[in-house]
Design a protein around this ligand. Structure first.
Ligand code: PGA
Length: 250
């Protein structure tokens, strides 16, 4: 089985008791399997210490966002350096819900990507087109532009820590998954564009995940595609059993 990266984006879900129940189910299985996959979950900020205390070795604790300012008067935000101080080094950046509901622009995404990478952290950069852009055949140009703007001005030596997640917005939480072939075609083009923006070696090395209604019943066909390195999963990652299935561990 190809080594895969599975990141659960829990969004604004779960109580502390539910977080504990998740790990009570997942930990014994992970301890037995000692699988080579890379997995993690992204809880709300206030649950990060709890997840850090429960997550075993092969499970990475991920944040859902970070402010690009290290410290200062920015009410209601958590900075990249505060996350790093806590022991959280992987952060989802530019999720479509942040872009839509919190007006996060490509310029803001770029500052966040830059802050994380230059401080030795790993951003999971989300890019993807809306339904109308998909229907207008603009998928490739939208993804290329988002990618280009997100890594603009970032020194190439930092880019090997980057992870990209291609998430077509029309497939998020809708039950409408891009077919494995559509996902592969787009991700292949993103990788090609990445190699033009950087170089071949980096473009091969940087993992590209697919996200959007990934479930236990479609993960294997997605993972069978040569350019898909893993998945960023919302809904299905809330269930311990589904999460384990996504890892191919059941
Ligand atoms: P979904 O969410 O798996 O529930 O579609 C994916 C995401 O938003 O990252």
């Amino acid at each position: 089985m190809k080594k895969r990266i599975i990141i659960g984006n829990w969004k604004t879900n779960k109580t502390q008791a539910e977080v504990q129940a998740f790990f009570a189910e997942v930990n014994p299985v992970l301890a037995q399997k000692k699988h080579a996959n890379w997995c993690g979950v992204a809880p709300v900020f206030i649950h990060l210490p709890l997840v850090l205390s429960l997550a075993k070795e092969q499970m990475v604790t991920v944040a859902q966002d970070a402010n690009f300012i290290s410290t200062g008067a920015y009410t209601g935000t958590v900075s990249y350096s505060q996350l790093k101080d806590l022991g959280v080094n992987t952060v989802i950046i530019g999720h479509s819900e942040r872009r839509e509901y919190y007006h996060e622009t490509d310029a803001i995404v770029n500052r966040k990507i830059n802050a994380l990478l230059t401080n030795g952290m790993t951003p999971i950069l989300c890019i993807g087109e809306t339904n109308s852009q998909f229907e207008a055949n603009a998928t490739d140009s939208v993804c290329a532009s988002q990618l280009e703007k997100a890594i603009h001005g970032v020194d190439e030596r930092y880019l090997d820590q980057l992870i990209i997640a291609y998430e077509p917005i029309w497939a998020i939480g809708t039950g409408k998954t891009a077919t494995a072939e559509i996902a592969e075609t787009t991700i292949k083009k993103i990788r090609l564009h990445l190699s033009k923006l950087t170089n071949d070696a980096l473009a091969k090395k940087i993992p590209i995940l697919y996200g959007g209604s990934v479930k236990p019943n479609n993960i294997e066909s997605l993972m069978a595609q040569p350019n898909i390195d893993g998945a960023l999963v919302g809904g299905a990652s809330l269930s311990a059993q589904d999460f384990l299935s996504l890892l191919g561990d059941k």
